[in-house]
Design a protein around this ligand. Structure first.
Ligand code: NIG
Ligand code: FE
Length: 432
């Protein structure tokens, strides 16, 4: 495609509206889901393709127009322009499930894993999540934020432009608030947009091991009100699992969260099926996460509740566990999202591209279904489907120009970072 001939490099004159902030042209293939709500069933594969495309970005960083062929006169005048080199462009990737904020790492657990010690046994012995709790409590808010910023740099390089971030390694009012404040401090400091989730119910801390009811009381009556009062989280999440929180306890905690305006999410059916997914319709869960061993009843509950199934295939990979029945979920009309679950224990991986590969190879989803899973459906899982997750007028210009010519290529290659130029709200934030 021939670059637009007029307006380039000429300083703005006249009214603001005459100029675009950015024009991306010479896009060989543009692939995007469309709409402002999660896509389910056959619609999960409904990707709109444009050939020889362009995107005009308005001053406020939102998409003004998208089209094929010649750029119309009204969109030709832009402060800057990007030649996409005939390559693939998709929406920026949305990572809808991460445990971004933590102290230390847990590489010593690898040897235990290789000896066959189970994830929940490590936790029961005071390791696992509880060892990260000790490291997180020992760290300052600034240290936690700086460490997370390093992870966010890597995510951005790999095409992630929005990321949900959970607390859950503080497990006391002071340290949960510290984690959430660290997340808040990164907003505006880092280009990746963060969506905060309160996960005080990630484990019962050692000091309440013999008095879990008291910890649940503190969660519901102290932590949740403080988190809401300070506006530190949008969602409340619970790890519903054997030896962690039961389905009844999860209901109590999520209802308390809802009372304070925190929308419910639930870690359900990761290791043992103890009824977490079955709760989703009743508690109005926005998303249910993991779902490795979800039952038919659980899938039916998500369908009834309009819950997004947030599947985390890199965790299955790392735990050497089975893979969630994402194919059955799509077929049952449940919108499926795919996220990394980045955390120091069950998934020390932050590449959403790797999770996408596994979505194809292990869930047997098509490249189109996977693209929806990491863009529009992931955006719906964090209640952002009206502003991100697709390339359409009015949405934020969060985009990836790939080192690839078509969508199939990025699912076919694996183990490499294929993101080229990453654009956040119309600005180039990564160029490689
Ligand atoms: O999503 N399942 C619970 N939480 C994390 C693991 C956290 C950890 O091991 O530190 C997960 O897998
Ligand atoms: Fe998780």
């Amino acid at each position: 495609m021939v670059p637009p001939s007029s307006g380039w490099g000429i300083p703005r004159q006249g009214a603001e509206g005459d100029y675009m902030k950015q024009l991306i042209y010479n896009i060989g293939q543009l692939a995007t889901p469309q709409g402002s709500a999660a896509h389910c069933g056959p619609d999960q594969a409904d990707i709109k393709y444009y050939k020889d495309a362009w995107i005009a970005v308005a001053d406020d960083g939102t998409i003004a127009a998208v089209g094929e062929g010649e750029v119309p006169e009204e969109y030709r005048h832009a402060d800057s322009s990007i030649d996409a080199g005939g390559r693939l462009v998709t929406p920026g990737l949305v990572d809808a499930h991460t445990h971004l904020i933590f102290g230390g790492w847990r590489e010593h657990e690898l040897a235990l894993k290789l000896k066959g010690v189970a994830y929940l046994d490590i936790l029961a012995q005071g390791g696992g999540i509880l060892s990260t709790v000790r490291n997180t409590r020992a760290a300052s808010e600034e240290e936690l934020a700086d460490k997370a910023a390093e992870a966010l740099d890597m995510m951005l390089e790999m095409g992630t432009t929005t990321c949900e971030a959970k607390s859950g390694y503080g497990l006391s009012t002071e340290h949960e608030l510290k984690q959430l404040r660290a997340i808040k401090s990164l907003q505006g400091r880092h280009p990746v947009e963060l969506v905060p989730t309160f996960l005080g119910a990630h484990a019962v801390p050692e000091e309440y091991k013999e008095n879990r009811e008291e910890y649940i009381r503190i969660l519901c009556e102290e932590m949740i009100p403080r988190v809401a009062e300070e506006g530190l989280a949008e969602f409340c999440d619970v790890f519903c699992e054997t030896g962690v929180f039961t389905a009844d306890e999860s209901r109590t905690i999520l209802e308390a969260g809802r009372k304070y305006g925190l929308a419910p999410k639930i870690h359900a059916d990761e290791i043992n099926p103890i009824g977490g997914t079955e709760l989703t319709a009743e508690i109005g869960a926005v998303s249910a996460e993991h779902l490795i061993v979800a039952t038919d009843e659980g899938i039916e509950a998500m369908h009834r509740g309009g819950t997004v199934a947030c599947c985390l295939p890199a965790t299955s990979f790392y735990l050497n566990a089975s893979f969630a029945r994402a194919r059955d979920m799509v077929n049952a009309g449940v919108p499926v999202a795919i996220a990394t679950d980045f955390n120091p224990g069950s998934c020390p991986n932050l590449s959403l591209q790797f999770a996408m590969n596994l979505g194809c190879y292990k869930y047997r989803l098509t490249p189109e279904e996977v693209l929806t899973a990491v863009t529009l459906n992931a955006a719906a899982a964090i209640k952002r489907a009206d502003s991100i997750g697709s390339i359409e007028p009015g949405k934020k210009a969060d985009l990836v120009i790939w080192k690839a010519d078509n969508l199939d290529f990025i699912l076919y290659r694996f183990g490499n970072n294929l993101a080229g130029t990453v654009i956040k709200a119309g600005d180039i934030v990564v160029s490689r």
